[in-house]
Ligand binder design. Structure first.
Ligand SMILES: [Zn+2]
Length: 129
């Protein structure tokens, strides 16, 4: 089944009658879990069948992205804005004088940058921190 397909033929339960061991995405999140790529195994029907919530197996759920890693990624994105030269697209390991020069020294006046002080331009940068 491709993502986005509506699961067909799944057992349906009324709200609060779902078997133990199954949880909605929202309930999983409250437990610190995420579906983790598994397909729903059943559905909860509410509002006379107008709305459905998919049920996932709790024992196949995976832990949410750890908070520390999520924070690290957010921090890294914030740092990247101060470390990447908009002209040559290189990302340096130090902050650039973007407020005054708007680019790195090499782009500004030709001062060659130490090749060890930046990452080559690429779309997928690893975490520098
Ligand atoms: Zn530059």
């Amino acid at each position: 089944m491709r993502p986005g397909d509506q699961p067909q033929g799944l057992p349906e339960f009324r709200w609060r009658q779902a078997p133990k061991g199954l949880a909605t995405r929202r309930q999983l999140r409250a437990m610190g879990l995420r579906p983790g790529g598994q397909e729903p195994v059943a559905a909860i029907v509410c509002r006379r069948g107008k709305r459905r919530a998919w049920l996932y197996q709790i024992d196949r759920a995976k832990p949410k992205l750890p908070m520390t890693l999520a924070k690290e990624q957010a921090l890294d994105r914030a740092m990247e804005a101060r470390q990447r030269c908009p002209r040559c697209k290189r990302r340096y390991f130090h902050c650039l004088p973007l407020k005054t020069l708007g680019c790195c020294l090499e782009c500004h006046d030709g001062t060659p940058a130490d090749p060890g002080s930046y990452l080559p331009p690429a779309d997928d940068q690893p975490l520098a921190a």
